[in-house]
Design a protein around this ligand. Sequence first.
Ligand SMILES: Cc1ncc(C[n+]2csc(CCOP(=O)(O)OP(=O)(O)O)c2C)c(N)n1
Ligand SMILES: [Mg+2]
Length: 324
Amino acid sequence: MKTMFGKKKSLETLRLMLVSRRFEEKVNEMFMQGQIHGTTHLGIGQEAMHGGLSAALADDDWILPNHRGHGHCIAKGATPYQIMSELFATEDGVCKGMGGSMHIIDTEHCNMGSSGIVGSAIPMAVGMALSLKQQGQNSVVVPIFGDAASNRGTFHEALNMAAIWKLPIIFVCENNLYGMSVPAKYAVAVEDIADRAASYGMESRIIDGNDVLEVYYTIKELTESMRNGGGPVLVEAKTYRWLGHSKSDRREYRTKDEEAEWKERCPILGFKNKCIEAGFITEAGFEKMDEKIEEELDEMVELCRQKSPISLEEALSYVTGEQV
Ligand SMILES: Cc1ncc(C[n+]2csc(CCOP(=O)(O)OP(=O)(O)O)c2C)c(N)n1
Ligand SMILES: [Mg+2]
């Protein structure tokens, strides 16, 4: 089931996960320095989801990430510069600087975007999949949401409708064990969120969300089944966010031991070791790749810093239609 990728795909996937990690670290640094404002939710620790999903999905498959979605947006095709510019609120941002961290939408790469409303994208996926199906298109729709979102009514309504209409949707739940400070063990009434699918006569899978190969092969198999008329499936990926929920979280609701255990299962190191074992890269080659990414990100941040944020007048012009 988990056959190693070929060399090219392996190195592309490894690089993508590393870009996601270093990008998020850079975002963290920029926030700490007060260079970018608002709030942000980092996906550090969840990179196998970014690498696995993007490798498995076709260009015209749609994703709808949640508020923790920078890595998914980059993986689906936006450049790190477009996403960083969005955070710096400049016109080079993927939404011309008006969306910010939580409202990134990139229809050019079939990314219908995220919002700050937990669980809001799940029913949107149903509408999109229904529309695509009626148009006779073969695309699969993938809403990506957290454990806490699976407690919302939107999740349950969406699963029911997707099931009765047999829509091509892979509901991907990134169960990172917490919704803000609340443990899923406390807030979710079932042991495994995947079990919720049974209420809607829907198939489900539980996967290791830190294993990029497992994510890839699961999603690949499901997209193929859906392109041949298969109905929706709920995938629960067990994973962990290494940092706090957002910018002001001291993580007092969990132990350092728990964090250390999950860091041992780092999705990037795990896959890097597989790439080394397969002879695709050496430790030195990996370090070189890492340094190159860091350099590119530093240059990118410098470019963002040189640009001015969009003006209020310019932002308002999109509402009023008046030219600035
Ligand atoms: C409808 C709604 N309720 C509550 C919130 C406040 N809130 C923001 S993020 C969050 C937790 C989300 O947790 P989860 O869905 O597990 O995603 P994660 O942040 O862990 O990736 C909550 C409750 C919100 N933004 N929207
Ligand atoms: Mg969560």
